[in-house]
Design a protein around this ligand. Structure first.
Ligand code: FEO
Length: 166
């Protein structure tokens, strides 16, 4: 049975995953209407689906352990971006914030001696390491590419390979 504190903290994480999904869906839609960014659009459409899966996994766990998974209200995410690098900077910033939130949850699960939740959260710890790493690599690549058009062409063409690694 989940304690009240753990149930509330897990539901906050449900909200964060839902917000992540919305944010990445908006990035996908923005990229979708830019010329030549089909790969980036595909990447963020898939990332949005993945975040929804993270949310559903949490919801199932909460309900299975005697809590009540609350479907959260969502604010509209950022809809437009001035440049591609801004999108990826936001992506990294967001993933770092999610990792911090997962770390807080892990800390709370130990403080509450909830070892089942602690065990469940390990999957998210690993997932966040991978997602943060992907976001960092993609930001580094864009820094390197700068305004070089052929570099951007290759970045867009190859970006889906980074999803295959997960
Ligand atoms: Fe599920 Fe990338 O946070």
């Amino acid at each position: 049975m989940l304690s009240k504190a753990i149930a509330e903290a897990l539901n906050k994480q449900v909200q964060m995953e839902a917000e992540s999904s919305q944010a990445y869906l908006a990035m996908a839609s923005w990229a979708d209407i830019q010329p030549g960014l089909d790969g980036v659009a595909g990447f963020f459409f898939q990332q949005a689906d993945e975040e929804r899966m993270h949310m559903l996994k949490l919801m199932k766990f909460i309900n299975e352990r005697g809590g009540f998974a609350v479907v959260p209200a969502l604010e509209q995410p950022i809809l437009t971006y001035q440049s591609l690098i801004r999108v990826f900077q936001e992506f990294l910033k967001h993933e770092v914030a999610v990792s911090e939130s997962i770390n807080e949850l892990v800390h709370l699960s130990l403080a509450e001696k909830d070892y089942a939740t602690h065990n469940f959260l390990q999957w998210y710890v690993t997932e966040q390491m991978e997602e943060e790493n992907t976001a960092r690599i993609l930001n580094d690549k864009l820094e390197l590419i700068g305004e070089d058009k052929s570099g951007l062409y290759l970045f867009d063409r190859d970006i889906l390979a980074y999803r295959g690694k997960k």
